[in-house]
Design a protein around this ligand. Structure first.
Ligand SMILES: Nc1nc2c(ncn2[C@@H]2O[C@H](COP(=O)(O)OP(=O)(O)OP(=O)(O)O)[C@@H](O)[C@H]2O)c(=O)[nH]1
Ligand SMILES: [Mg+2]
Length: 438
């Protein structure tokens, strides 16, 4: 089964970096006194994924795969802080499942408005004015904004077709899908060509709806005859059915098209009464083969009266009647979606608010500090400390002193000493390598 339908996407996410803190001084008394005045960098923007009913496929992610939130701005003189980066909101269809690259589910965005902060923005670096204390009155260092790494996630949408094409084998269901969407299902002139349902996305006026075909149904399908019954289940969630009849049966004396219609309706009714109650349209397909247009129109009338539904005359080969069909189906789908949205809105009001998910991996405060000893090498493992190091301007002697002071205050130095750190030992935290901690 070739299936061009895209219900999976892989996208790259990057939250904004924090802006840098800066080193500036404010001159007082004609320059005889200077006061640290470097402002803090702004926070980087978050990347947020939000579920919406405005989309029905992941098609947009075929063209755009990189998503980057804005970086925080650097601090400014006179203690002015840099602006925070703007958050980036990525909209996905309701029902999108977000997975990491190892296919673990991160979240399932099941209702409109559900959202997750998939990547938090980096924190801004502090400017030198933030480091003033009684024994450090003129700090000449500042922090670097936190640099954020990009990562990939998988999006997956379990698709429910809006419209399901049902009909006898060989009536042209798959050919119709191939004409009205980008799907390229297998088509052949023998019954039971389609073994599993095909999905196709139909685009009308920048909006999408999804069609599916079901392997051909035959008499007694509900009892397991043919293939169709296995897949009738597949259409229980579709909003609209399109009953496809083979127009060739009009000219073939041995077969009666009205009878075919009756059998199909009966099979569906016997399978499931709820499916039978669904709204539907009727198609007489392959009309390019029918020369007798009087007979065709007569049958159309009969079917209209019998069903009380719209009957379309189509040819999947010449394309005749398909535009009208698509437009009619689209209007129906839009109406159902509106109703669905109303129901959802009521549900949402009851629920009071949508679900807002967040990742806890950035909860750095809670993480224990681990120290691994490897010969004479001591590796300190802790995300918060690694971040502290990454934000330190390691070229700046004063900044380095300040970092060592912090490590001492946090009790890291003591722990290291207890573990046997001596002169000649190496201590590693993130990108920082010390030869000795005093
Ligand atoms: N002349 C003509 N032939 C058509 C038309 N639509 C489909 N066909 C042909 O009819 C045959 C069956 O078409 P399919 O699309 O495979 O039919 P299906 O309903 O999907 O059949 P199953 O998958 O077996 O249930 C193919 O040879 C098509 O080329 C049409 O409108 N006019
Ligand atoms: Mg088919």
């Amino acid at each position: 089964m070739t299936n061009m339908f895209l219900d999976e996407a892989k996208i790259n996410i990057k939250s904004g970096n924090g802006g840098n803190g800066i080193v500036t001084f404010f001159n007082l008394k004609g320059g005889r006194r200077k006061i640290p005045s470097g402002g803090n960098g702004g926070k980087g923007g978050d990347v947020i994924i939000e579920a919406t009913r405005d989309l029905s496929t992941l098609y947009v992610f075929k063209k755009k795969i990189h998503f980057k939130a804005e970086n925080g701005k650097n601090g400014e003189p006179n203690n002015r802080n840099g602006k925070d980066g703007k958050d980036l909101i990525i909209k996905v269809p309701v029902g999108t499942i977000i997975k990491d690259v190892k296919e673990n589910i991160i979240v399932d965005l099941g209702s409109p408005g559900d959202e997750i902060v998939i990547a938090e923005g980096g924190i801004g670096g502090k400017g030198n004015s933030s480091f003033v204390s009684s024994n450090r009155r003129f700090p000449a260092f500042a922090e670097i904004g936190e640099i954020m790494e990009d990562f990939w996630i998988n999006l997956e949408l379990r698709l429910v077709a809006d419209v399901a094409l049902v009909g006898f084998p060989n009536s042209g269901k798959s050919t119709i899908i191939s004409r009205i969407s980008a799907a390229r299902p297998k088509i052949a002139d023998y019954p039971f060509t389609t073994l599993t349902p095909n999905l196709g996305v139909v685009t009308v006026d920048d909006e999408n709806f999804v069609v599916t075909d079901v392997p051909g149904l035959i008499k007694d399908a509900h009892k397991g005859m043919g293939l169709g019954d296995k897949f009738l289940r597949h259409i229980t969630r579709s909003m609209i059915l399109a009953v496809v009849l083979d127009g060739q049966r009009i000219i073939d004396e041995r077969q009666d098209i009205i009878e075919t219609f009756n059998i199909l309706r009966e099979e569906i009714r016997l399978y499931n009464i709820d499916v039978c109650k669904k709204d539907y349209v009727v198609l007489i397909n392959k009309i390019d083969l029918v020369a007798d247009s009087d007979k065709l129109n007569k049958i159309k009338k009969v079917l209209e009266n019998k069903s009380g539904k719209s009957v379309f005359l189509t040819s999947a080969i010449t394309g005749q009647g398909l535009d009208k069909l698509i437009w009619d189906l689209y209007k129906k789908v839009a109406r159902y979606r509106e109703e669905l949205q109303k129901d959802k809105d009521i549900e949402l009001k009851k629920q009071e608010r949508v679900k807002v998910y967040s990742l806890d991996k950035r909860n750095l405060e809670m993480e224990k500090i681990k120290i691994e000893k490897n010969n004479n090498e001591y590796i300190v493992k802790n995300k918060k400390l690694e971040r502290l190091v990454a934000m330190t301007d390691l070229e700046n002697e004063e900044a380095l002193d300040y970092l060592k002071y912090r490590l001492k205050k946090m009790g890291i130095a003591d722990r290291l000493k207890k573990m046997g750190v001596s002169e000649g030992s190496t201590v590693i935290i993130g990108s920082l390598v010390f030869s000795l901690i005093e």
